[in-house]
Write a protein that binds this ligand. Structure first.
Ligand code: CU
Length: 157
């Protein structure tokens, strides 16, 4: 009996060590498709992003952004609408997968290095380093919002 309890405790410990915590944002364990969280000690460019809706459409301003590979951008994001919105920075592929998941869990809240949920009139910031060339995006994955136009393209040259 005693040995068995020890075995269960040991197995639990091994399992806890073997599974990396998704909450650790040290860049080594969390998967980000659009680059990596920025370093506030290094230079960055500020890009102001607003979220809005009206006339059956939803969107961001700006809708297009071009950055140089390695450049850091501080996104200063404001929700200028009457609804809750999100800013999720990733590849289109990852955002589409994430959007499918959000259809099942529409109440998902984001406060991640690459994504924020913003209540109406709320503001937030994301500092990001675009370390990879390619085409990425920020999008709102609340069901129906992306479809109504809430996606913006980022080109990393
Ligand atoms: Cu939205």
């Amino acid at each position: 009996m005693n040995r068995r309890i020890h075995f269960v405790a040991l197995a639990g410990l091994l399992l806890a060590v073997a599974i990396p915590s998704p909450g650790l944002a040290d860049g080594g364990h969390q998967h980000f498709s659009a680059g990596q969280p920025g370093d506030p000690k290094k230079p960055f460019r500020v890009v102001e992003v607003t979220m809005h809706e009206g006339d059956g459409k939803m969107g961001y301003s700006p809708e297009n952004l071009t950055v140089k590979r390695g450049e850091q951008i501080k996104f200063v994001i404001s929700n200028g609408g009457e609804l809750k919105h999100e800013f999720i920075l990733a590849s289109e592929t990852d955002n589409l997968k994430h959007a499918e998941l959000m259809k099942k869990y529409p109440e998902m809240e984001h406060d991640d290095p690459n994504g924020k949920s913003l209540e109406p009139k709320a503001k937030s910031e994301i500092l990001w380093q675009f370390s990879k060339r390619g085409t990425f995006e920020y999008s709102c994955l609340i069901p129906g919002h992306r479809e109504a136009g809430m996606t913006a393209k980022i080109t990393v040259k």
